[in-house]
Design a protein around this ligand. Structure first.
Ligand SMILES: *[C@@H]1O[C@H](CO)[C@@H](O)[C@H](O)[C@H]1NC(C)=O
Ligand SMILES: *[C@@H]1O[C@H](CO)[C@@H](O)[C@H](O)[C@H]1NC(C)=O
Ligand SMILES: *[C@@H]1O[C@H](CO)[C@@H](O)[C@H](O)[C@H]1NC(C)=O
Ligand SMILES: *[C@@H]1O[C@H](CO)[C@@H](O)[C@H](O)[C@H]1NC(C)=O
Ligand SMILES: *[C@@H]1O[C@H](CO)[C@@H](O)[C@H](O)[C@H]1NC(C)=O
Ligand SMILES: *[C@@H]1O[C@H](CO)[C@@H](O)[C@H](O)[C@H]1NC(C)=O
Ligand SMILES: *[C@@H]1O[C@H](CO)[C@@H](O)[C@H](O)[C@H]1NC(C)=O
Ligand SMILES: *[C@@H]1O[C@H](CO)[C@@H](O)[C@H](O)[C@H]1NC(C)=O
Length: 883
């Protein structure tokens, strides 16, 4: 095995080994249900493809059982003209069946409820333009989609180019299931297409006629009249979330190939709660909630509220999903009470608010310990004349006295749209359902809506932004003003004790302890082919845990690494307390047999740097770059002022900004090099200047005073790197251009900014947006730290720049009738498979240090008391008080 990893080979290896991983975790219920009808059609393909254990049957082979019937025999089987790096497998996405006239598929299936999934990959196909798909889909007499534009949907949803729509409907005795696709009439370019169709049976009482116990059927939230979901209704799955857990792929469902998403992006409360894990828990499925209801991984992960009463009582843990109004929704909440300290009824009673209606919950008394249970509710969200609104589910704690623990729990959440009396599931038009998400994306969405509503008036946008940011800032302040205990409670003991001996003092310990055996299984005994990054500290591997359900990045510290046990503990302690959408999360650690291993969320798209000037990757469109910058700025803002103490990153650069599969930016590597006293010990940081050349704050360099403004400086360099798509230091460039920071400053001062802009972005950046962006980046590079903006100001400014871009594009669109479209992702290999921490020492280090390793070595700590020197961290406090 060589050190060079041909990315494609790596990719294939990983997919293969994912399938080969044993699925033998305790109580594992993967495949617990065997569907009687299990059909997967790869539309437009003349062969069959085995993906995982499923056979996707081509509909274009002469002998195919699933060839469509057509009114005019004019449908076309074709291959997509482009691919997308994120497509999980060729089948069913890379071929499609398309037609400008009606066509239909028929399925001879058993009677009973079925899942019908339609898979789409909107792309240009020979003779069919991506933007022209407008069509309706009917099945078994229900309208599933009407005048639906797949490209529009993909562009405005968080999907990554391809997506599927899942429906549930019941097929009667002797009924043939017919699925008809019809292009929207009156538009000669309109065509209908589909890439894949699945028909899979489901248990009779999974969603239909599900009864929990005799006196509780599905109820309108807060009302006592039961509602029957009988088989005359069809459902569309709107969202299916593994709360507090990870994405569960169809292969790891209970046999019905459902997809369970991670819930991070749908948590909209100011606090996102904490995760609780206990892999050793043996789940006991009862008769009411059989073992196929949801994967074990849904019931063994959850979110709870926090460890502090004042925090638990101060907020409601909330999930929001945007839905069409004028429909009724079925909301299923999954629970499983596995935590050690919760044993008796009344131990943990909480309230569930569903669009402001109220239900009391006491999971233990519903089902008992370790017994999965769910509750169904129906909600009819109404929001004036609006087409869409947020459907929200909120959990609230009760005061001590009404319950023993003021806390709440949720393990899983499913939301379905119920067909209306006209047997229709389609919204009013093809408008997409934008995702409800936090921080930057919901902000930009809110602002986009305001731009539309307020026409070209920028004022609406601004006041909306101001309000939003004001709110966020105050929330952040609230969290710092709690009393002396940590927000998320003690975690440090965990590093010295094994899982089994962790006492009851650590009930909601955030860091999961992995055994070395688990880590070895996850990485095939540290097989080199799993390496996704190499640094001074050791290797980073990609691995899968939880029986293959969860991809993770595993950082194995060199045995001989300078990093001592103390730093290892510090990182775990620090990271465990930091949970933010824009920070890479630490999942757990392993400290067996002298190993020091950290396990993080896997970031599918690697580093920001990879997407700026790595020619393996297609250039990122401008708006996406802006959104990534905004996300990273949020992450740093949280480090500086959202956590208990100011945390200075000290090594902000494009290799430390990682991207997940949905392009959400996450700041990484803020664990080992950070400043800020911990609760038990004061940390003293050597004053030797460390960091990465090219990003280094000159003031810090001169005065050796480290403040949060040093991160702001580095972030300014990142902004210019994003704008210009070139490294912070470029040795081969002409003298005056070697340092990006210097060159950028001189260009901005001489008004020749356009010279340095990434040629791929020529003409794509609105002038006002460019000016604003440069103004922010320049202010970050101010020589004097005190003159630089705070990260909060940077977030604010970048959002404003984004709005300037968006409103200019809307104006252009209004005036010219042209839609502003980001081009398709072009074909691309799997080079983006990198893990968190895939940080290579940049080979332009300054002489005394530079690179990853040495910057970590500078963290030293003493256990002495108050006499400790901690001037740098004090500086950072002082600076926070500056106006
Ligand atoms: C699921 O439950 C059924 C019936 O109780 C049982 O026969 C089956 O073995 C279980 N399957 C799994 C994977 O646990
Ligand atoms: C199947 O389709 C491919 C291209 O899509 C074509 O090259 C091949 O000849 C076809 N095979 C059969 C048996 O029709
Ligand atoms: C279909 O949707 C498009 C875009 O939303 C709209 O312009 C068109 O009028 C719609 N057609 C029908 C028949 O509703
Ligand atoms: C996990 O659950 C088992 C069984 O319920 C319990 O014995 C064990 O202490 C739990 N471990 C943790 C860390 O909560
Ligand atoms: C919802 O339904 C009501 C009554 O049918 C109708 O007046 C209203 O326009 C509908 N709202 C939307 C957004 O379609
Ligand atoms: C949903 O909520 C988010 C934030 O909570 C907000 O930004 C968005 O505008 C809401 N969407 C709708 C359609 O009300
Ligand atoms: C708040 O929630 C945590 C998290 O489970 C729980 O351990 C704690 O006891 C709760 N606080 C109070 C005061 O009940
Ligand atoms: C750094 O540069 C040296 C010599 O220029 C080279 O030998 C080494 O492989 C480079 N390291 C990296 C990580 O690129």
């Amino acid at each position: 095995m060589t050190n060079m990893k041909p990315p494609l080979v790596l990719f294939i290896f990983i997919s293969v080994s994912l399938e080969a991983l044993p699925v033998s975790v305790t109580g594992d219920n993967v495949g617990a249900y065997h569907p009687t009808d299990d059909i997967a059609v790869d539309c437009g393909s003349n062969t069959s493809f085995l993906v995982g254990r499923r056979n996707w049957i081509g509909d274009a082979a002469d002998s195919s059982d699933y060839s469509p019937n057509e009114k005019t025999h004019s449908s076309t089987a074709a291959e997509a003209s482009s691919s997308s790096p994120s497509i999980p497998s060729a089948a069913p996405y890379l071929t499609a069946r398309l037609s400008r006239s009606e066509f239909a598929y028929t399925f001879h299936v058993n009677a009973g409820p079925k899942f019908v999934r339609l898979h789409f990959f909107p792309s240009d196909y020979p003779n069919f333009r991506r933007v022209d798909s407008f069509f309706s889909v009917e099945a078994a007499g229900y309208t599933l989609l009407r005048n639906f534009s797949a490209s529009h949907f993909a562009d405005y949803s968080p999907s990554v180019g391809f997506f599927s729509k899942e429906f549930c409907l019941s097929v009667g005795e002797d009924q043939i299931l017919k699925i008809t696709l019809t292009p929207t009439p009156g538009n000669s370019d309109a065509y209908a297409f589909v890439n894949g169709i699945e028909v899979v049976s489901m248990p009779e009482r999974l969603y239909y006629n599900a009864v929990i116990d005799s006196n509780e059927g599905i109820k309108f939230a807060g009302q006592t009249t039961p509602y029957t979901l009988d088989t005359t209704k069809a459902l569309e799955a709107v969202k299916r979330l593994n709360v507090g857990g990870q994405y569960v792929s169809p292969a790891y469902d209970t046999g019905m190939y459902r997809t369970w998403e991670a819930d991070d992006e749908y948590v909209t409360s100011s606090y996102t709660g904490v995760f609780s894990f206990n892999t050793t828990t043996q789940l006991n499925y009862g008769e009411q909630v059989p073992n196929y209801t949801a994967p074990d991984s849904v019931y063994t992960t959850a979110r709870t509220m926090g460890t502090h009463k004042n925090i638990n009582l101060s907020y409601k843990l909330t999930w929001s999903v945007v839905v069409d109004t004028n429909f009724t929704y079925l909301v299923r909440l999954h629970f499983c009470q596995c935590q050690m300290e919760i044993n008796e009824p009344l131990d943990r009673v909480f309230k569930i608010f569903m669009n402001s209606q109220l239900v009391d919950a006491d999971v233990i008394s519903w089902s008992g310990k370790g017994v999965p249970v769910y509750r169904d509710f129906t909600v009819a969200p109404y929001d004036g004349g609006k087409k869409r609104t947020n459907l929200s589910v909120a959990l609230g704690a009760l005061l001590h006295g009404s319950t023993f623990y003021s806390d709440a729990i949720l393990n899983g959440l499913e939301i379905f749209k119920i067909s209306d009396p006209d047997r229709n599931l389609a919204g009013l038009n093809s408008d997409p359902t934008p995702p409800a998400s936090k921080a930057s994306s919901s902000l930009s969405k809110a602002a986009k809506i305001a731009v539309v509503a307020g026409g070209t008036s920028g004022f609406t946008v601004l006041s909306l932004l101001a309000f939003f940011l004001y709110r966020r800032r105050n929330r952040a302040k609230d969290s710092t003003s709690s009393d002396g205990t940590s927000r998320w409670g003690p975690v440090s003991h965990a590093t010295t004790k094994s899982t089994k001996s962790r006492g009851s003092s650590l009930p909601s310990d955030l860091s999961r302890h992995f055994s070395l055996a688990e880590i070895r299984a996850a990485t095939n005994n540290f097989d080199k082919v799993f390496i996704i990054g190499v640094g001074g500290f050791g290797n980073v591997y990609k691995g899968y845990v939880d029986g293959g359900a969860t991809p993770v990045a595993i950082k194995r510290l060199n045995q001989g690494s300078q990093q001592g046990l103390h730093e290892f503990r510090t990182e775990i302690e620090m990271l465990s307390q930091l949970r933010h959408l824009h920070l890479v999360s630490l999942i757990g650690f392993c400290k067996d047999a002298g190993e020091m291993i950290l396990v993080y969320d896997y970031m599918a798209r690697g580093t920001l740097k990879d997407h700026l000037y790595n020619t393996d990757n297609p250039p990122l469109p401008w708006k996406q770059r802006l959104e990534i910058c905004i996300g990273a700025a949020w992450g740093l803002h949280y480090l500086h002022s959202g956590a208990k103490h100011t945390i200075i990153h000290r090594d902000v650069k494009t290799t430390n900004i990682l991207l997940n599969e949905k392009w959400v930016a996450k700041v990484s590597d803020f664990g080992l090099s950070k400043v800020g006293p911990t609760r038990e010990s004061k940390t003293h940081v050597s004053t030797a200047v460390k960091g990465t050349f090219g990003y280094l704050d000159p003031e810090y360099y001169r005065r050796q005073r480290l403040t949060d403004k040093s991160d702001v400086y580095s972030f300014g360099v990142v902004l210019f790197e994003v704008l210009c798509a070139r490294p912070a230091v470029s040795r081969m460039a002409p003298m005056e251009q070697i340092s990006l920071a210097e060159w950028a400053q001189s260009c901005c001062k001489s008004g020749s900014v356009e010279e340095m802009v990434d040629p791929h972005l020529k003409g794509a950046i609105a002038l006002e947006c460019l000016n604003k962006f440069c103004e922010i980046a320049m202010s970050c590079l101010q020589d004097e730290g005190a003159k630089r903006p705070s990260m909060n100001d940077v977030v604010w400014g970048l959002n404003f720049a984004l709005q300037l871009q968006v409103s200019t594009e809307l104006e252009v669109k209004d005036h010219a009738g042209v839609s502003v479209h980001d081009s398709d992702d072009s074909d691309h290999d799997a080079a983006s498979i990198r893990g968190s921490g895939s940080d290579e020492a940049i080979n332009t280090s300054d002489s005394d240090s530079g690179g990853w390793k040495s910057s970590r070595e500078t963290v030293t700590s003493t256990r002495a008391g108050s006499n400790d020197v901690c001037d740098e961290s004090m500086t950072s406090y002082d600076s926070e008080k500056l106006p």
